[in-house]
Design a protein around this ligand. Structure first.
Ligand code: SF4
Length: 493
């Protein structure tokens, strides 16, 4: 049966792509499963929502959950009739749209609508999200005098218990959404016309809109014929040109025509794909290797960056390390010593990590990291927190050399890299017997989720022990991979 109602999130889905709206309503079986990293974003959104309710405390949270729509609508009507002036998750339906409002506050005879986001600033995609709520509220007979967006304040530094008044910043968007509000009726008409035909999937091509502003969860359906490494991976090539190539049936890098103007990086990727031969420049590689001074310290951090800081001195979304892996090599070709630290999730790991770094990375030699800018910024963050050790930590950060440099500058480029210089792309090409496949923790976001599970305190002793083992195996693999990649570079030089 054709759809008569959509939710607020379906409205914003439809704005990104009407095909996604149609698929969501009639072919949900084609939707991707929610990945652990997407689930982590949802969980964070819920946590932020709870803190927002502490900012506006004393309100009534609807007892009816998302499943019982009729119950939530009735409960909202009753609470308003009873004269309640602060509601969380108030639910309304009008004009074929169902909305749940994060926070609704009555001031005098009018209502203030407050939308909570985990973002750090107002973004264009927030506007229709608020506009559709205002439209539905007004169609339900409420006078909405003002609309606000509540986002995370990155200037907040935790000092004692979380202060919700400082954690958030609030922007009056009443005027900003006016233009978007005016478009709501016509947009809804268009959406219901599309949804009226449940047999006809809208003919929408793939393109940049599939990940902008949000990653679409029907990519596994619409992009199924696009290889994992295709013209879409080429850097600095206009989205329209990539779409044009696809329409001509050109997907593989090796098939990109000569006449297409490419930036130098993309041209190099295409050149190695066409010849199938690696590009290796011994002279700059030699210079890079010769610039390293033994002992070498191969370092990797695992970090989390929650919206709501865990410990004093942290700001929202600031990277906090919880694990370090360090492989030390005293001389070229010599044995490698491995050291590691994994935080006990019950305490702030920063003092231990700062001490670990200063104890094990000596004053001579070269500390290395892959894409070292990240490790440097984490160490600078530690210096901010531990002023007593601050100077030493800052000096250490300055000494880091980026092992990714020869790959970023394409002094080494293999067809197997497929347009990427990430360790996950480079390692299997250079060291085929080392792989992350099959590891229980196989990437940074797995590691973050594992540490969050440890923080939750909800694991059994066995589950905790297993997760710690998996984390140690993963982080150790990252720095051992660096040792192997450097050995490859030394051989190639
Ligand atoms: S993957 Fe792209 S084309 Fe397909 S539904 Fe999503 S946004 Fe639309």
């Amino acid at each position: 049966m054709a759809k008569k109602h959509i939710s607020k999130s379906q409205y914003t889905r439809g704005l990104q792509c009407v095909k996604s709206l149609w698929l969501y309503n009639y072919r949900k079986d084609l939707m991707e499963e929610v990945s652990p990293s997407t689930q982590a974003i949802f969980d964070q959104g819920h946590e932020v929502g709870e803190w927002a309710r502490k900012y506006y405390k004393g309100g009534v949270l609807l007892a009816q959950g998302r499943e019982d729509i009729a119950g939530a609508l009735k409960e909202t009507r009753e609470l308003i009739a009873e004269g309640k002036t602060l509601l969380y998750e108030a639910t309304f339906q009008a004009g074929g749209v169902l909305v749940r409002c994060d926070i609704l506050r009555k001031v005098g005879k009018a209502w203030y609508l407050i939308e909570v986001k985990s973002s750090t600033e107002l973004k264009e995609q927030h506007l229709p999200d608020i506009a559709i709520q205002k439209y539905v509220l007004e169609a339900s007979g409420l006078k909405v005098e003002k609309a606000f967006l509540m986002v995370i304040n990155t200037a907040y530094v935790k000092d004692g218990p979380i202060d919700p008044k400082k954690l958030f910043k609030i922007e009056d968007v009443t005027e900003v959404i006016m233009g978007v509000e005016a478009e709501v009726p016509a947009t809804l008409k268009h959406f219901f016309k599309i949804l009226a035909n449940e047999k006809k999937e809208p003919a929408i091509d793939i393109g940049a809109h599939c990940s902008d502003p949000y990653q679409c969860d029907f990519c596994c359906h619409c992009w199924k014929n696009i290889p994992a490494h295709s013209v879409y991976n080429l850097p600095r090539l206009a989205a329209e040109i990539k779409d044009d190539l696809r329409r001509q049936g050109i997907l593989e890098l090796k098939d990109v025509p000569e006449e297409i103007a490419l930036c130098s990086a993309a041209a190099d990727y295409v050149a190695v794909a066409k010849t199938g031969k690696p590009k290796i420049m011994p002279e700059p590689i030699r210079e890079f290797v010769a610039g390293l001074e033994y002992p070498l310290y191969h370092l990797d951090f695992e970090t989390i960056n929650p919206a709501v800081p865990l410990y004093d001195g942290l700001r929202p979304y600031m990277q906090m390390p919880f694990q370090v892996s360090l492989h030390i090599q005293a001389k070229a070709g010599g044995p490698v010593k491995h050291l590691e630290y994994l935080a006990d999730a019950k305490m702030d790991p920063r003092p231990d990590i700062a001490a670990f770094l200063l104890e094990h990375i000596g004053p001579a030699g070269t500390p290395l990291a892959y894409c070292a800018g990240f490790e440097k910024s984490v160490i600078r963050g530690l210096a901010e927190f531990a002023p007593r050790l601050g100077k030493k930590l800052l000096a250490l950060a300055e000494r880091f050399v980026d092992l990714a440099a020869p790959f970023r500058s394409r002094h080494v480029l293999l067809p197997e890299f497929c347009g990427s210089f990430s360790m996950k792309a480079v390692l299997p090409a250079l060291v085929p017997n080392m792989t992350y496949e099959g590891m229980a923790v196989a990437n940074g976001s797995d590691a973050q989720n594992a540490y969050k599970a440890l923080l939750s305190g909800r694991l059994t002793a066995e589950e905790e022990a297993q997760l710690r083992k998996d984390l140690i195996a993963y982080c150790g693999q990252d720095t051992l991979a660096m040792v192997k990649v450097l050995a490859w570079l030394s051989d190639a030089a």
